[in-house]
Design a protein around this ligand. Structure first.
Ligand code: NAD
Length: 356
């Protein structure tokens, strides 16, 4: 009974997924399994990051790749980019380093190359520029390599710029003005995106509170931007205009939403909603939610625009400003139809896919 359960779950996952292709690859040398999910190629080749992680079960790894690839389809469609959604997961027994890591990424690159450009990847959790450079030694179908290797570098800074424009658009919708002067913004996560976002917000006159599970990081960013550090256990109960989750996913759930004391949730974290009920709860509480895959698309827009579409810096700036405009449209549609902003974003994504 227990033995047949995992197989059954694999079958259920494959049958209920609405994507196109799953590639399953065994990397015997490292003891890893690799799942590459091409959720949609309707608008172009499937694009998405490569996540490396130790999973409890392979079912969880496949589920992660499936879910994340579907989110990429929506993200790239709403951003108006000629790409479909994909995602790869390397389920490792432990995170490798040194020569073993390099060898794993070279073998993985051969797998990406074998897909002939139908899947194009970049970095994600536990992978970065250096890994993308290694992949680039074997295949051209990689984004987000280092500047030295001909790539556009880290996507975190343009992601932060996109979130900044998204916060302004959200303020404008909620308060009738996008002025950040005197607004209180809680930034959760003082990492690549959160710390750059804190700079932009503070420069525009906002009071920034920074929370990170690493208090030293929170302190450093807060000091730099003239804000204050906030203990992570006070995140939800702190009065603020905007709560900007820039750390982990699934933070909006049936327990956290009732505790929130903000007017707006707008941040970079992927998969913020633990379940669709959280979006309805936010809507019912009158908290304006900036759908994650719309507001956090700046990094994807930058790497595709700069590396694939040959954009100039000013074309990129215009595209990042457009994130705010897209959010305004989503908010207006949500108001007009009396639906949550998450649902309005999904409708917009579906429309973009259907015009193809
Ligand atoms: P990062 O790893 O550089 O920073 C994350 C920070 O969050 C770290 O400082 C970490 O200590 C902190 N943290 C982790 N768990 C926390 C918790 N529970 N409470 C408070 N702080 C916590 O990551 P990043 O690149 O800044 O990305 C942040 C989020 O944005 C992630 O969810 C990521 O998936 C998403 N995202 C990032 C990009 C990008 O371009 N980097 C693009 C789209 C989405």
């Amino acid at each position: 009974m227990t033995e047949s359960r995992p197989a059954l779950m694999f079958e259920e996952l494959l049958e209920t997924w609405d994507g196109e292709t799953v590639v399953v690859h065994r990397d015997r040398e490292s003891g890893s399994w690799i799942f590459v999910c091409l959720h949609s190629t309707r608008l172009g080749p499937a694009g998405g990051g490569t996540r490396m992680k130790v999973y409890e079960t392979l079912v969880e790894a496949l589920q992660d790749a499936m879910r994340l690839s579907a989110a990429m389809t929506r993200k790239l469609a709403v951003a108006g980019l000629p790409f479909g959604g994909g995602k790869a997961v390397i389920a490792v027994p432990e995170i490798p380093s040194g020569e073993q890591r390099r060898a794993l990424f070279l073998r993985y690159a051969d797998l990406v190359a074998s897909l002939g450009g139908t899947f194009r990847t970049s970095s994600d959790m536990n992978t970065g520029e250096a890994d993308m450079d290694v992949i680039g030694e074997r295949t051209e179908y990689v984004f987000g390599r280092s500047v030295e290797a001909g790539g556009s570098g880290s996507p975190a800074p343009p992601t932060a710029v996109g979130v900044y424009h998204g916060i302004r658009a959200s303020l404008s919708h909620a308060f009738g003005s996008d002025d950040l002067g005197g607004r209180v913004i809680v930034v959760q996560g003082a990492g690549g995106v959160g710390s750059a976002l804190a700079d932009h917000l503070a420069n525009a006159g906002a009071s920034v509170l920074v929370a990170d599970i690493d208090p030293a990081r929170a302190d450093a960013v807060a000091a730099r931007v003239g804000g204050a550090a906030l203990p992570v256990d006070q995140l939800f109960e702190t009065d603020c205009d905007v709560y900007a989750p820039c750390a982990v996913g699934s933070i909006l759930n049936v327990e956290s939403v009732p505790q929130l004391r903000c007017r707006i949730v707008a941040g970079s974290a992927n998969n913020q909603l633990a379940d669709p009920k959280a979006a309805e709860m936010l809507h019912a509480r009158g908290i304006l939610y900036a759908p994650d895959y719309v507001i956090n698309a700046g990094g994807a827009i930058a790497i595709v625009g700069l590396e694939q579409l040959g954009w100039s810096k000013s074309e990129l700036d215009t595209a990042l400003v457009r994130i705010g405009e897209t959010l305004r449209e989503i908010y207006q549609r949500a108001d007009a139809r009396g639906i949550s902003t998450a649902s309005a974003a999904d409708v917009l994504a579906e429309e973009q896919l259907n015009v193809a």
